[in-house]
Design a binder for this molecule. Structure first.
Ligand code: ARG
Ligand code: ZN
Length: 876
């Protein structure tokens, strides 16, 4: 077999044939589902008369094929593993086919599969071709009529997109429901669900007064976990009307929870299908973070109804057109619903850790890639999160009002069409008159731009000279980079007054907080009438997805930490200050020198703890040290042990120096109010739990007692899980073991809680974790076929830096074993799981060697195109 080949954006050709209407009939059976398709097809006016009809189809058994009612024989078409080709077709015709598929043996979870006995689908990006022969590309849009036939007892509920138009009983205990979706859509938005499901129902009145029925479908035992998702959905519907003027367009909106799902959720028209982890919550089973995650994902999928479904992508290279925009929309929604500064801090902190790492690794790609082998490998942090940062920059460049006008124009002009990123940015340029030509490079250039900033205060002339120099490192296939248009939001904070100074440039007053535009490789900005020596506050609110270097002293950072008017930069100053101390300690650890804690960090934390910051959620973030993963990103060569030791040293030093303050914070924030996922309660819990983590890092007697009591109180999952994690991650196995056991027994029946139980155990720093993973993989609650379980156990283990990177290489070998097994079962998940191994260049020689050996071992297997693509890049 030859290696899988890439497809190129530059090869894009419009389709020769459109499907204008699609009728499907599913006769469901676990091993032999029959799918009949009746497609109304028209040749494109510009296509030549002899253009062949080429349909995609994989893992299908073709039983019948007819054109305009006449059966076709094998002489009339050509069939291979991927396509069905008919040479001579009229300009308009009806193609009928019947195929057989086996949902119960579909472990890839693409196309039609079974999860816990229930039938469901996942078609984005190219899963529909596992259901029937079809032009499986987003620029082919049809109306759909779908009939689903199942057993009345095992599949009492039969769902598809749109509205139900007919239903009835059939022979042999079978029944059917017919659905019609009036909105033309690409087949990746098709969905079908059948099973023993139960619903929670609500209503929504749209801004124009239309009534929409809202239904959440779950297995019976999960009926008590739907309230938050339903409330989130209604909030999202209101928000999209008020913020973007977008109204829902069907009479029915359904969400279904399924246990086996490759990603978070899917925006199928009128029938969103969710990973149960992304929709089910209950105060006893889900943490605050899970509640917030559910709210964000419910909103994200709902927002896709416009940014994705009504206006979709021309081809999969444009994926960020819908994902970047929709992530930006869900981020703003969550910011409006919760604490906006905390949302930004959390998003950026994640982004700078995970997306920067992706940009720095062998799979780095632009927001709009120009080629790919397997599109499922491109559902990445770059396409989603960096795509959202770029949309955010557009919003900031244009201002909200013009951005909103651009968005209105985009939805109006392209409604019902499949379009490109140029179409989107073009609308923004058109309404605002902004020149966005250079800005477009953000879409084509991969890698994280770095800005080296230098500033100088000229006392004599009362001027501040700020020089910014940009460079973007080479990435695979892109050795040379052009300068980008980088908006840098900034202020100058006076060292005497502690206040933002008025900014004047070229005689123009810019206010106290302004955006300067870096477009060249190097530019110097001169601020005049600067009355006192300032400390610059740069890249406020993370105004561009770049790394910014400025030679701040620790005094500068301590000053910004308390005086910056921008909340995000106050937090960032704290992170930078901690990083300086951590860097020294990492060096000390490596050189075998005694570690000494920087007293300035202790004093800065003391200041934070004793007043000043009124937003408790922000304070909790400010008291949280950069993660080991983030610290690693900052190092030239990652030394996992030195990083772990340095961070533990800082944590323990702070805990010892500020023990009484932490106890006080804890006690001030304990509450026995009934659980609610409100911003106020979440803020309190996170602050209290940060304090508890510090106390537990030194196994403080009182801290231990509080932790045990918090676990025993069993008040809500946030507190229980946090306490259990701290116990399990401490050296007090005498306390941890019984707690872990009790928790595991209590929740043995609940898969989402068992996921947490797995993760807690395999993220502990003690060096026995690999053996635990091997043991837990045999646990009855574990299944390699369930992506959530794989992520919770194996994926979480690979994030455990000291254990995964053991010098005997056993961590790498374990991951490779799982990848090899999953390569056969679920290639999408297998390809994702390899990620930590692909970052081998970042480690010492010995580990590089060990990681490469495992990649080579994987490469010797017969590989899916997904795993092939990732391994090829990693070893290139
Ligand atoms: N469009 C979905 C979302 O962002 C994700 C689709 C995932 N597709 C995949 N092949 N994994 O909400
Ligand atoms: Zn999405």
């Amino acid at each position: 077999m030859s290696d899988p080949q890439p497809v190129y954006l530059s090869d894009y050709q419009p389709p020769n044939y459109q499907v204008t209407h699609t009728e499907l009939t599913f006769d469901l059976d676990p091993t032999a589902t029959r799918v009949k398709a009746r497609l109304m097809i028209e040749r494109h006016s510009e296509a030549s008369d002899d253009a062949p009809l080429v349909l995609n189809g994989e893992h299908l058994t073709l039983l019948k094929l007819a054109l305009d009612g006449s059966p076709l024989t094998e002489a009339d078409y050509r069939l291979n593993d991927e396509t069905l080709r008919i040479e001579d077709v009229p300009a308009a015709f009806i193609l009928e086919s019947e195929v057989e598929i086996a949902p119960s043996s579909n472990t890839a979870l693409e196309g039609l599969y079974q999860s816990n006995g229930m039938y469901c689908t996942q078609c984005e990006a190219e899963g529909f071709r596992r259901i029937t022969y079809y032009p499986d590309r987003p620029d082919v849009m049809a109306t759909f009529k779908v009939t689903v036939i199942g057993n009345a007892t095992s599949e009492p509920v039969l769902l598809a997109n749109g509205n139900p138009v007919a239903q009835g009983a059939l022979e042999n205990g079978r029944h059917f429901v017919t659905w019609e979706d009036p909105h033309p859509k690409p087949c990746y938005l098709f969905a079908l669900v059948a099973g023993d499901l139960h619903k929670v129902e609500d209503r929504f009145t749209t801004m124009s007064g239309r009534q929409v029925a809202l239904q959440l479908w779950v297995e019976q035992e999960n009926l008590d976990k739907t309230e938050h998702a339903m409330a989130s959905l209604k909030r999202a519907m209101v928000w999209d009307e008020q913020t973007y003027g977008r109204e829902y367009d069907l009479d029915l909106f359904m969400i279904v929870a399924v246990n086996d799902f490759n990603m978070g959720a899917m925006e199928n028209k009128g029938l969103n299908i969710f990973n149960s982890a992304a929709v089910l919550t209950h105060s006893n089973t889900a943490t605050d973070a899970a509640f917030q995650n559910v709210e964000g994902i419910v909103a994200h999928e709902y927002f896709h109804n416009w940014s994705g479904n009504r206006v979709t992508c021309r081809d999969w290279f444009q994926l960020s057109l819908k994902e970047g925009f929709t992530v930006f929309r869900d981020q703003c929604f969550s910011a409006d619903t919760n604490s906006a500064p905390v949302k930004r801090i959390q998003d950026v902190s994640f982004f700078r850790t995970a997306q920067f790492a992706e940009d720095a690794g062998p799979t780095a790609h632009p927001i709009r890639p120009d080629h790919f082998i397997e599109i499922t490998n491109f559902y990445t942090l770059t396409i989603y999160e960096k795509g959202a940062e770029v949309v955010r920059m557009l919003r900031n460049l244009l201002g909200w009002e013009d951005f909103r006008r651009g968005s209105d124009l985009y939805f109006e002009r392209f409604d019902g069409q499949a379009v490109t990123i140029e179409d989107f940015v073009g609308c923004m340029a058109e309404v605002s008159g902004a020149d966005l030509e250079q800005f477009m490079r953000w879409y084509s250039q991969a890698g994280t731009p770095e800005i080296d900033a230098r500033g100088e205060y000229d006392y004599a002339h009362a001027e501040y000279h700020l020089t910014l120099r940009q460079r973007t490192p080479a990435t695979p296939g892109q050795p040379d980079k052009l300068p980008l248009h980088i908006p840098v939001r900034m202020g100058l904070v006076g060292t005497k007054s502690g206040k933002d100074l008025p900014l004047t440039m070229n005689g123009e007053t810019l206010g106290k907080d302004a955006v300067i535009h870096l477009r060249e490789y190097e530019q110097t900005f001169i601020f005049t009438d600067v009355a006192e020596a300032p400390v610059p506050s740069l890249l406020r609110d993370f105004s561009a997805p770049v790394k910014l270097h400025f030679p701040y002293s620790r005094e500068d950072l301590a000053f910004l930490l308390t005086h910056d008017s921008d909340g995000f930069n106050r937090w960032d100053a704290g992170q930078r200050l901690a990083m300086l101390a951590l860097d020294d300690l990492i060096a000390a650890h490596r050189n075998g020198v005694e570690k000494v804690m920087d007293s300035r960090v202790v004093e800065a934390f003391r200041t934070l703890l004793t007043g000043q910051v009124s937003d408790k959620a922000v304070l909790a973030e400010m008291l949280t040290l950069p993660s080991e993963a983030y610290i690693a990103e900052q190092q030239p060569i990652i030394d996992v042990d030195a990083i772990h030791a340095a961070r533990e040293f800082v944590r323990q030093s702070l805990a010892m120096a500020l023990r009484d303050e932490f106890i006080a914070i804890y006690n001030d924030n304990v509450s026995d109010e009934p659980y609610a996922p409100t911003p106020e309660q979440i803020a309190q819990r996170s602050l209290k739990n940060v304090a508890l983590a510090y106390l537990m890092s030194i196994e403080d007697e009182q801290g231990l007692a509080l932790c045990e009591a918090q676990f025993a109180a069993d008040h809500n999952m946030t507190d229980v899980r946090h306490a259990l994690t701290l116990l399990v991650h401490s050296d007090r196995d005498d306390l941890a073991s019984p707690a872990l056991k009790a928790f595991g027994q209590k929740w043995a029946h609940d898969p989402l809680v068992m996921d947490q139980w797995f993760t807690i155990q395999v993220t502990r720093p003690q060096l026995d974790v690999l053996e635990r993973v091997e043991y837990l993989m045999q646990h009855p609650a574990f299944s390699i076929k369930n992506p959530n379980k794989v992520r919770a156990l194996v994926g979480a283990f690979a994030q455990n830096r000291v254990n995964f990177h053991r010098l005997d290489g056993k961590g790498y070998a374990l991951l490779a074993d799982v990848v090899i097994e999953l390569n056969r079962l679920n290639p999408e998940i297998a390809a994702r799981l390899i990620t930590p191994l692909t970052r081998w260049q970042r480690f010492d020689e010995e580990r590089q060697q060990l990681m490469r050996e495992q990649l080579e071992r994987i490469k010797r297997e017969p590989l899916s195109s997904n795993v092939f693509e990732v391994v090829e890049k990693a070893l290139a």
